[in-house]
Design a protein around this ligand. Sequence first.
Ligand SMILES: [Cu+2]
Length: 152
Amino acid sequence: MPIRDTLTRLPRRLAGSLLALLLSSGAAQAADLDVSEARLRLMPGDLPGAGYFQLHNTGDEAVTLVGADSEAYGKVMLHMTVSEDGMSSMHAVSELEVASGDTLEFAPRGYHLMLMKRAHPLAVGDEVEVTLEFAGDRRLPVTFDVVSPRSL
Ligand SMILES: [Cu+2]
């Protein structure tokens, strides 16, 4: 039974890895950090944008995400959306630890990057570099695809 399970699951995992390697944008890799599906949801006017991605820690040690920075925005914050009694609100998060082998997901209705004070106009289809900052002065530049709010 375990063997059969492995066989059926392997192709999908391989396909995913190949796809990640082929994608020049929306992905970034460091020795032990793998970011995929990096996208920036562009909002109308001067509303802040929202950044989503998946961060997979393939290393042996935990990493701690402490912030993010981008030349395209004056300020980038780690945010979390909380739903209570049908009301949705969000608050800043100072740091997020990702244990060895874990994947941290930034996705709608959960963690997101809040990108404020856009420095110049952006359009759907553009690419924006955002640097993820980790404890220990570690930085990981990631290319985000600019997407429409409706594309999620
Ligand atoms: Cu937010």
